[in-house]
Design a protein around this ligand. Structure first.
Ligand SMILES: [Zn+2]
Length: 248
């Protein structure tokens, strides 16, 4: 049946002959793959409308149970031009897209939320918001959606509410005693408060959070480490992005 969906384009790769394979996020079906026939030819009418980190309206024949389809036509809905013209911002978009691909819910129960988060992340990066804050809040939103957000209300190990450190391994805050036992470097009160705000907040509160100082590269690094350890998600694009915000 002929169907039209709004899709956030996550990746593009060469396929057979002159074809291109794209992977997209949709509200209705989650992640889908499309083969754009002849998209590598100069004469292709779809080639300009399937660029990664843009939003397109895609027409195709939907069949239940399938996740790979032949693309009929694609039309750009959002180009997010300033995101693409800046290398720092476009590398942040690559991280966001990879996060979406890696965290996508197979059951499809929350695809609407996942779509909305990524759509918001792209829009905020394009608007010139600090990409470090955008990515930190996007990670925070996804972690909450999948129930793996860090515990930032008390010591993960004993429940003590006076906390001293953030432990990637424990997935949250530790009290002084347990931080020492675990050999985790203590954080300042400012760092702990800022991290808590990022975990409790989300992209919907980005304006307020950015006004309060936003995220620092070290916060993003901790969240990425937690995703790697607790969700098995290794972000290949993260190293490239880090070069642009001087995370060391
Ligand atoms: Zn403790």
């Amino acid at each position: 049946m002929n169907e039209s969906v709004e899709a956030l384009i996550l990746s593009q790769s060469d396929y057979r002959d002159h074809d291109v394979l794209i992977r997209v996020m949709t509200q209705e079906y989650g992640i889908l793959g499309f083969i754009a026939a002849g998209a590598r030819k100069m004469t292709s009418k779809n080639a300009g409308s399937i660029l990664p980190y843009t939003k397109a309206e895609i027409q195709f024949d939907y069949k239940e149970g399938k996740t790979l389809f032949r693309l009929k036509t694609a039309r750009t809905r959002e180009l997010w031009r300033s995101m693409h013209e800046d290398l720092g911002r476009s590398s942040a978009a690559a991280v966001a897209a990879e996060l979406c691909l890696g965290m996508a819910d197979e059951s499809g129960a929350s695809t609407r939320e996942e779509y909305r988060y990524l759509d918001t992340a792209f829009r905020k990066i394009n608007e010139g918001m600090n990409p470090v804050t955008v990515l930190a809040l996007y990670m925070s939103d996804l972690m909450k959606l999948f129930g793996i957000e860090p515990d930032v209300d008390e010591c993960v190990r004993c429940g003590e509410t006076t906390v001293h450190a953030i432990s990637v391994k424990d997935g949250g805050f530790l009290c002084a005693q347990h931080a020492e036992e675990a050999g985790v470097h203590p954080s300042s009160v400012t760092e702990l408060r800022r991290f808590r705000l990022l975990v409790k907040g989300g992209l919907d509160q980005i304006e307020i959070i950015e006004k309060a100082g936003g995220a620092k590269p070290s916060d993003l690094e901790i969240l990425a480490e937690m995703l790697k350890l607790h969700a098995g998600l290794e972000l290949r694009s993260f190293a490239f992005f880090k070069r642009f915000c001087a995370i060391e």
